[in-house]
Design a protein around this ligand. Structure first.
Ligand code: S3P
Length: 184
């Protein structure tokens, strides 16, 4: 990447791909703030994600994600771990990519979206016993189908694709190949 003005790194990928672990390590490395969209939502609502799904439904949760996208678009020097469905909504991506100077071309983009590429089985082993609402309500086959659909979107919208099969430190190093662009 040759951009010189990246102010936000946004990690996307399926549940269990390691966005939070990589995001925390990356933020520490860059000395940037680490934010997690699910944690931001839980704080705003004073309620856990499973409880939000149960009490108010998934559509309500998705609206909260869009509100959080607007908050994030104003932040600088942040590494953001997104929930697995966050970047599936094009509105959230458009908001995140909103430019301070909209008339400027691509080199002025401020948000770098990184896809943490991890195979389904690895993700599944990590999430299968968790309290994630989608895991609780879907069969393994349904989750596989969801994975297949979403991977296409992750690949399409991300500026950088990083395999998350390796050590977190290796992933951080890989992402930091854009470090010069970040100017950290
Ligand atoms: C979701 C993923 C979860 C959380 C919510 C919905 C999804 O986040 O946002 O349960 O739609 O894939 P993680 O990807 O951090 O598990």
């Amino acid at each position: 990447m040759s951009t010189a003005q990246i102010r936000r790194i946004v990690l996307c990928g399926f549940m269990g791909c390691g966005k939070s672990s990589v995001g925390e390590a990356l933020a520490a490395h860059l000395k940037w703030e680490f934010l997690d969209t699910d944690a931001m939502i839980e704080k705003r609502e004073n309620c856990s994600v499973p409880d939000i799904f149960r009490e108010k439904g998934e559509a309500y949760f998705r609206r909260l994600e869009t509100e959080v996208a607007a908050v994030l678009s104003e932040k600088q020097q942040v590494v953001v771990s997104t929930g697995g469905g966050f970047v599936i909504n094009q509105e959230n991506i458009d908001t995140l990519l909103r430019k301070v100077e909209p008339q400027k071309e691509r080199e002025k983009e401020e948000t770098c979206i990184v896809y943490l590429d991890c195979d389904f089985e690895t993700c599944y082993q990590r999430i299968k016993n968790s309290s994630r609402p989608l895991v609780k309500t879907k069969t393994k086959k349904e989750l596989t189908e969801l994975f297949e659909q979403r991977v296409q979107q992750y690949r399409k919208i991300a500026t950088l694709h990083v395999s998350n099969q390796s050590l977190i430190s290796d992933v951080v190093v890989k992402i930091c190949e854009i470090k010069s662009a970040v100017g950290a």
